[in-house]
Design a protein around this ligand. Structure first.
Ligand code: NDP
Length: 290
């Protein structure tokens, strides 16, 4: 059971970064976290679009700063890292929200698979690696929330990789590794290139998206385990959550959940007083079995 007491462990000095926050679920994250009284760094890959989005929140009296950030551009990530370190000295919360999905409706084209894997998995990983050294020690622990998907569940009923031996390796901490996850996504991309992916035993729905989010979920489990070894007071908790099917540009505005509702579980997870929660996948404030 999750102990979810309303303990306010954060303050206006608590720094929360949101990637891809110029619109959609990311913008809602920025709005809600700022509404809880944190200082939010709204990032956007397009500078002027980010400034406009931040203005809306700043004019509403929220404590929101803004900076350019393209999670796939090494130079952008390193410039952002330098800026945040100089201006704020560190980070307490990272919301890895930026992501892409080019599948709409029942479409399952592999045209943009590489871009999808790169943004959703490698982009998220870039940010985790860049921000961990900046995460500040605190009694509550620093937090990373990855906006993921239940389509990327390792043992999902309708969406999972069929190779049982691989699933077994990915499901055990003794055999799970970054190399194994990277190899899984590389194998998938090679099969897309060769046009053999259909017989590769990959998830059937939104295949490339599901593989990218599976990689994010598994990487989070791996990191959670590594970060758990840090000394008390220096802990970093990392979790994933599925926002549901959300009415944003990504779904062509066809989802059944508002962006506001979608961000809610992620905000709850980021601010959770219970410190033992790490390496999990949530939806609707409930833990899903990976
Ligand atoms: P949107 O398409 O509305 O927003 C995506 C955001 O990610 C945009 O701000 C976009 O920037 C940004 N982005 C994309 N690539 C990059 C990059 N390389 N660097 C920085 N930012 C980037 O989608 P949603 O709000 O719906 O999606 C947010 C997250 O939620 C994603 O991770 C998505 O996979 C996840 N999700 C969404 C679901 C849904 O039903 N909508 C379901 C499950 C998960 P720009 O405006 O410049 O394109």
């Amino acid at each position: 059971m999750l102990r979810d007491k309303p303990i306010r462990w954060w303050s206006a000095e608590t720094i929360a970064i949101v990637t891809g926050a110029n619109r959609g679920i990311g913008f809602e994250f920025a709005r809600q976290l700022a509404g809880h009284g944190l200082t939010v760094i709204l990032t956007s890959r397009d500078t002027s679009v980010g400034i406009e989005a931040a203005k809306v929140l700043q004019e509403g009296g929220f404590n929101v700063d803004v900076h350019q950030l393209d999670i796939l551009d090494d130079e952008s990530v390193s410039e952002f890292t330098k800026w945040i370190k100089e201006k704020y000295g560190g980070v307490d919360i990272l919301i890895n929200n930026a992501g892409v999905n080019y599948n709409l409706g029942s479409g399952n084209s592999m045209e943009f698979s590489k871009q999808m894997i790169e943004t959703n998995y490698y982009g998220t990983k870039n940010m985790v690696k860049a921000m961990i050294p900046l995460m500040r020690p605190s009694a509550a622990g620093a937090r990373i929330v990855n906006v993921s998907s239940r389509l990327g569940k390792l043992n999902g009923r309708r969406s999972r990789i069929e190779d049982e031996a691989l699933r077994e390796k990915l499901s055990k901490l003794e055999t799970l590794s970054e190399e194994l996850i990277d190899n899984m996504v590389s194998t998938f991309l090679i099969q897309v290139e060769d046009n053999t992916w259909q017989s590769g035993g990959w998830p059937q729905k939104f295949t490339d998206y599901a593989v990218s989010k599976l990689a994010v979920n598994l990487y989070s489990v791996l990191m959670a385990n590594q970060l758990a070894e840090r000394a008390e007071g220096q802990k970093i908790y990392i979790n994933c959550y599925c926002p549901g099917w959300v009415r944003t540009a990504m779904t062509g505005w066809s989802g059944n959940v508002s962006a506001e509702h979608a961000a809610d579980t992620g905000v709850w997870l980021a601010l959770l007083p219970n410190k033992e929660v790490t390496g999990k996948l949530f939806a609707e404030r409930r833990e899903l079995k990976l």
